[in-house]
Design a protein. Structure first.
Length: 71
């Protein structure tokens, strides 16, 4: 069953299912790996912590990117 990519998804689960998400998010100022470990928390919490003003828009871009990326 594919992972539901949402603001409530744990970052660790997102990166396990879609490793390419780390580079995509980092390119937009959302660093989700620190010292080799995934951020402990949910994607929406991380975006809020990083000051993302339009998390839903970034989430939509991420979903689009992941749908076009090889698995």
């Amino acid at each position: 069953m594919p992972l539901d990519v949402s603001l409530d998804v744990p970052v660790e689960a997102l990166l396990e299912a879609y490793p390419a998400a780390a580079g995509f998010l980092a390119g937009r100022g959302v660093i989700c790996i620190v010292c080799g470990e995934a951020y402990w928390g949910r994607l929406g919490e991380l975006m809020a912590h990083k000051g993302i003003e339009a998390p839903e828009a970034l989430l939509a871009d991420l979903k689009d990117y992941l749908s076009q990326s090889p698995a």
